[in-house]
Design a protein around this ligand. Structure first.
Ligand code: MG
Length: 391
């Protein structure tokens, strides 16, 4: 059958920088003024949007806003222009180029948005239909979410912020931890909030030398401890998990279904944090979801401080039936004010949920005026600041 599907006519890259409503300090870096690349793909008279969440520095992974711009403009965009959507839908984004999942995720997201828009349907509904065809449980219309709380100067300040978030209606709290900012903090938070769903994210700040400390986490009834050891490690996590009652959740070290299979087979984790960007986009995320769903591994959706575009994608994937734990997707007012999208995501305080967008495509509308302001902020920001060694 001949391929008569629309071809990619134009791809525009919009690097942006935006102030976060609240900065987020992790064990390794601080986010307060975030970059992103909004990707705009034109085909068949429609436009699809995607978002690249690579940061200023290679803190979370090796990708940065600079590598993403380079790989997109010098390799991926030229490889896609003029290609038919049908051909692109048959493969992953530019499989001939290795790595760079955060960068490829932006393209995959824009293609998913574009495909759904060309069919006049919402991506969420399209995913629901394909689930039904496979006999899986129907997608959720609202997803349970939690809040991620960074490292603050004192335990009292942290407790005050948790108190505020719990009163706003967030039913699960994740604390960023690091050596020296862990046992005492967790003990006090657990004492003051005996019933909240509590978890900790170390972003690879520990080694097996910290085993005695990590074992103490068991007394705090944590939902999980996320990525305690090396960012690219799976094996040592399997050694650590044998010593802990608390389930280990892997984030940074799981990029592919093969990584997930290995981690589960050797007992390196009992839970996986599924990030759309880290695995290379919405379609790879669905593949990871299907593997974990079929093997009974609990999942939740992790966040990368996305704008409304990336957050819509996260919410849509979070509606899949295998996402059984609260996801790191907070309401719009926790991130950017204003956001790049017209739609605002709000928390339903009654059950700590956010509604999955069901408008056409990703279900959100990019605001071109705000995009122009954020692009200008990126253009004026002195990037060389991030090339100097930090202290
Ligand atoms: Mg994490």
């Amino acid at each position: 059958m001949s391929d008569t599907s629309p071809v990619i006519e134009k791809i525009e890259l919009h690097p942006v920088a935006m102030q976060l409503v609240e900065s987020l300090q992790t064990s390794g870096w601080n986010d307060s003024f975030r970059p992103a690349i909004m990707v705009e793909i034109h085909a068949g008279g429609q436009v699809g949007w995607g978002e690249c969440v690579a940061g200023w520095t290679p803190g979370y992974c090796y990708e940065t806003i600079g590598t993403a711009l380079h790989v997109l403009s010098d390799f991926i965009v030229p490889a896609l222009l003029g290609k038919s959507l049908e051909a692109l839908n048959r493969t992953r984004v530019t499989p001939q180029y290795r790595g760079h999942p955060l960068t490829k995720s932006a393209i995959d997201m824009a293609l998913c948005d574009l495909n759904a828009r060309l069919s006049g349907q919402s991506l969420s509904q399209l995913m629901g239909q394909s689930l039904a065809a496979e006999g899986a449980t129907h997608r959720r219309e609202r997803v349970v979410v939690g809040v991620s709380i960074g490292i603050h100067p004192t335990i009292d300040e942290t407790v005050a912020i948790i108190d505020k978030r719990v009163k706003e209606g967030y039913g699960r709290v994740k604390l960023k931890i690091k050596p020296g900012w862990d046992v005492e903090l967790l003990r006090e938070v657990r004492r003051q909030f005996p019933h909240i769903l509590l978890m900790a994210d170390a972003n690879s700040a520990y080694t097996m030398d910290n085993l005695a400390t990590l074992k103490k986490f068991d007394e705090f009834r944590l939902l999980m401890v996320e990525q305690p050891l090396g960012n690219d490690d799976i094996y040592e996590h399997s050694l650590l998990q044998k010593h802990l009652e608390t389930p280990i959740c892997l984030d940074e070290s799981i990029h592919t279904v093969d990584d997930a299979r290995l981690a589960i087979d050797i007992g390196a984790c009992r839970i996986i944090n599924l990030k759309v960007s880290r695995v290379g986009g919405i379609r790879p995320a669905i593949a990871m979801h299907n593997f974990c769903y079929n093997t009974g591994v609990p999942l939740w959706i992790g966040g990368m401080l996305e704008t409304g575009i990336g957050r819509a994608a996260n919410l849509i994937v979070a509606g899949l039936p295998g996402i059984t734990l609260p996801s790191d997707i907070s309401a719009t007012n926790r991130y950017y004010d204003p956001d790049l999208t017209d739609e605002v995501f709000t928390l339903d305080a009654a059950d700590s949920t956010i509604t999955v967008p069901t408008g056409v495509g990703l279900g959100v509308t990019l605001n071109r005026d705000r995009l122009a302001v954020a692009e200008d902020a990126f253009a004026r920001f002195p990037k060389t600041k991030f090339m100097a060694p930090s202290h």
